[in-house]
Structures are given as structure tokens and as C-alpha cells.
Design a protein around this ligand. Structure first.
Ligand code: SDX
Length: 392
């Protein structure tokens, strides 16, 4: 009751949804994709197999996996006009701004895969998006570096191809480091889907009106960009650089505790997890593995470990159940792999496109699906007569 109108939460309140893709237990720190734990998938699967699992509901046989991989690689190139489109951006454009633009532009290039009620067209649109996101992300990176675009090489795996498109240059041979490829594939697996987070809910809400699937994914990219969501991995690195030295950690913990200070400790806390984010645990180990194998001594990793240690013992963080989340360690690995911080959320978007499009398919296929229409609690004035300007 607002004193004016009775708020009826039952009327078309379709802010929530029914889904069988991903299960999270925030208190226990559990994350399952179609029943398989993220720990096992990160350790034993590969990104395209997880993509198939999310899309189709089961782990594929070897033959089915091979044909799915081939089907995806068949779509890795983008229309040459998209290269022209991308070159219209300023060189200093943020890669996420470019991704919002070029992925939305895909809706102007592919008219043969947008009849959302045709299963075949839904499948083609889904595979096009999964295949082209790494190509577009690599183009956004190359453009920011002032280097020529690389075409995909379909002899390579998904992660190898992405690293090739990002880091190879015409002037010298480039061989993908298997350590980097393995870390890249693991990072893609860990970011693939996460139930009804802000960007996935954005894709579902946009898709619920029957909008073009490419445009819906562009909407998800826009939502993911925020520093409270996918933009946190970039914000974590910027925060660690600002903290600079472990002696400064108490000052930043105090700022994070101060309700009058808008500062929050990026990489900590979660809407759902009130325990360790299981993805952070996998990434923490991967961080040490990758930096060790690459022989990288990154003071930011030591600083991050010190910050984690202090924050986990801080009474405020204990009381608020704030633990490191998926973004806390991902940036450190990505930095060690050679990516600039501006590309971190782009890589998150490449991976999350699998979750977004799997959730979109699940929603579109649901015969009970209706247009999303979140409700509001009205707090404005009651009805009143118009007042002529001379009497205001
Ligand atoms: C992702 O939803 C998903 O699944 C997202 C994601 C995915 O895979 O899609 O997991 C990816 O977005 C991970 C989150 C990345 N964001 C950050 O690391 C940014 C820093 N984190 C915070 O902004 C915050 O923790 C949020 C946005 C993630 C969650 O905010 P909430 O919902 O307000 O968190 P909460 O309700 O659990 O907060 C409880 C209290 C609040 O204080 P009170 O209002 O109770 O006084 O803890 C405070 C918050 O203000 N708090 C923090 C904090 N996070 C929460 N205080 C200081 N530092 C923080 N990081």
C-alpha cells in the first residue's frame, strides 16, 4: 500500500523466470550447469563442449562434439562490410563500446536467421553469435592497437583461434602457447553462464518482445559493461593499481566499510554467493598455475593475495558475507596473458554470449513464454487537475 494505489504483485509480474540451465547455491558456493559442477567442467571439459551442454542439455558424444565444433568454425568469419563498419569508430573507443555497436549491427547483416519461431534459424543465429564473438572481439582489440585484423584460422581450437586473431602480426610467425590456450579456454568455461544475472535478464527481457537475437545480445553486452557486473574485472585491476602497496590496504578496507563512501572493494561480494564464488576458487588456482608456468612475477598478484587475506579476516566483510568473486582473479590472469584491462570485459562477453543465447533459446522455445513486464511500486502523486501556466 502506498496510500494511493494498492500494489498487486501478482499482475503480470514476469520479472522472474523458470530455467533448467544453471543452478547456484549461494550459501554453499555451488554452481552447476545442467547438473555438472563448474569445478569438474573447468577441469575436464572445453568451452565448446560446455556451450553444447548449455544449448542442448547433455554432454555430446565424440562424434556430435566434432560436428558441433565444425559447425561453429564454419561461421567464424564476419562480413567484410563489418570491418568497414568497425573502422568507423575512433581509435581510442573502448572495446566494449565497439562490441555494443558491431554486435548490434549483426542484426543488419543476417536476415536469414532471425525468424525466432523457426528452430533451424534459431540454431543458425545461435551458432553465428558463438562463432563470431571472438572474431569481433579480436578485431576490436587489433583496432585499438592500430594493427591489421587477422582472419580466423579454422585449423585451431576456439581458444587458440581467438589468441591467434588477437596476438599474431603479419611481420612474424606466431605460435599459440598451449599454456595460454588452456587458460583462455578455462576462463571462457568459467564465465559461460550464471543463472539470471543482470545481463542475462537483460537479454531475456529484450528477447521476450520477439526482438532480433543479435540486438538482444548487444543489449546484454551493454548491461555486462557496468563495473558492478562484468566491468568489475577491469575495475579490480584499476583498484589494485590504485592501492599500489600492501601498506595501503587498510585504508581501502576502511573506505569499503564506510557507508558514506561510495567506494566498494571490486572483486568482492555477490548478489547471490554468501560464500566463496566457486569460480573464484578455480581462478585462484589457475592464477598461480599460469603465472608460474609463464614465469611471471606480478606484484599485483601478491597484492591481491594480501588484500584477500586481510578482507577475509575483516569483521565487516565477515558480517556482510563478502567473498572474492569471479572477477577478483580473472583480470590478473588476463593481464599476464598480455591483454590490456580494457579488453577484460570483452572477453567476459565472448564467453557469456553462450549463456545468453542458451537462455534466449530456452525462453523462446517455452510455449508459456510471455513478454516481460516487471512491476513497480508507484510513489508519485495521486490524480490532480491541470493548472494553467498563469496560476503556477
Ligand atoms: C558479477 O549476478 C551475477 O551472477 C553476476 C556475475 C555473473 O557471473 O554474471 O557473478 C558476475 O557481476 C560478479 C560481481 C562483480 N562485481 C564486483 O565485484 C563489484 C563489487 N561488488 C559489489 O558492487 C557488490 O557486491 C555487488 C554489486 C556484486 C552486489 O551488491 P549487493 O547486491 O548490494 O550485495 P549485497 O546485498 O550482498 O551487499 C550486502 C552489503 C551491502 O551493505 P548494506 O546495504 O547491507 O549496509 O555489503 C555491502 C553492500 O553495500 N557490499 C560491499 C561490497 N559488496 C557488497 N561493501 C564493500 N565492498 C563490496 N565489494
Amino acid at each position: 500500500e502506498t496510500g494511493m494505489f494498492t500494489f498487486d504483485p501478482g499482475y503480470g509480474a514476469t520479472g522472474s523466470c523458470v530455467s533448467g540451465l544453471t543452478y547456484i547455491d549461494g550459501d554453499k558456493g555451488v554452481l552447476l550447469h545442467r547438473g555438472y559442477s563448474i569445478d569438474e567442467l573447468a577441469d575436464k571439459s572445453d568451452f565448446l563442449e560446455v556451450a553444447y551442454l548449455l544449448l542442448e542439455g547433455e554432454l555430446p558424444s565424440a562424434d556430435v562434439k566434432a560436428s558441433f565444433d565444425t559447425a561453429i568454425t564454419r561461421h567464424t568469419m564476419v562480413h567484410e562490410q563489418l570491418s568497414t563498419f568497425l573502422r568507423g569508430f575512433r581509435r581510442d573507443a573502448h572495446p566494449m563500446a565497439i562490441m555494443c555497436g558491431v554486435v548490434g549491427a549483426l542484426s543488419a547483416f543476417y536476415h536469414d536467421s532471425t525468424d525466432i519461431h523457426d528452430p533451424q534459424q534459431r540454431m543458425v543465429a545461435s551458432r553465428r553469435l558463438i562463432a563470431k564473438m571472438p572474431t569481433l572481439a579480436a578485431m576490436a582489440y587489433k583496432y585499438s592497437q592500430g594493427q591489421p585484423f587477422n582472419y580466423p584460422n579454422n585449423q585451431l581450437s576456439y581458444a587458440e583461434n581467438f589468441l591467434h586473431m588477437c596476438f599474431s602480426v603479419p611481420a612474424e610467425p606466431y605460435v599459440v602457447d598451449p599454456i595460454l590456450a588452456d587458460a583462455m579456454d578455462k576462463i571462457f568455461i568459467l564465465h559461460a553462464d550464471h543463472e539470471q544475472n543482470a545481463s542475462t535478464s537483460t537479454v531475456r527481457l529484450a528477447g521476450s518482445s520477439g526482438a532480433n537475437p543479435f540486438a538482444c545480445i548487444a543489449a546484454g553486452i551493454a548491461s555486462l559493461w557496468g563495473p558492478a557486473h562484468g566491468g568489475a574485472n577491469e575495475a579490480v585491476l584499476n583498484m589494485l593499481n590504485e592501492i599500489g602497496h600492501k601498506d595501503n590496504i587498510p585504508e581501502y578496507i576502511a573506505k569499503a566499510r564506510d557507508k558514506n563512501d561510495p567506494f566498494r572493494l571490486f572483486g568482492f561480494g555477490h548478489r547471490v554467493y554468501k560464500n566463496f564464488d566457486p569460480r573464484a576458487k578455480v581462478l585462484r588456482k589457475a592464477c598461480h598455475d599460469v603465472l608460474g608456468k609463464l614465469g611471471v612475477q606480478d606484484p599485483l598478484l601478491e597484492l591481491a593475495m594480501e588484500l584477500e587475506d586481510i578482507a577475509l579476516k575483516d569483521q565487516y566483510f565477515i558480517d556482510k558475507k563478502l567473498y572474492p568473486n569471479v572477477d577478483f582473479y580473472s583480470g590478473i590472469i588476463l593481464k599476464a596473458m598480455g591483454f590490456p584491462t580494457s579488453m577484460f570485459t570483452v572477453l567476459f562477453a565472448v564467453s557469456r554470449t553462450v549463456g545468453w543465447i542458451a537462455q534466449w533459446n530456452e525462453m523462446i522455445k517455452d510455449p508459456a513464454q510471455r513478454i516481460g513486464r516487471p512491476r513497480q511500486l508507484y510513489t508519485g502523486p495521486g490524480e490532480r487537475p491541470y493548472v494553467d501556466a498563469s496560476k503556477r
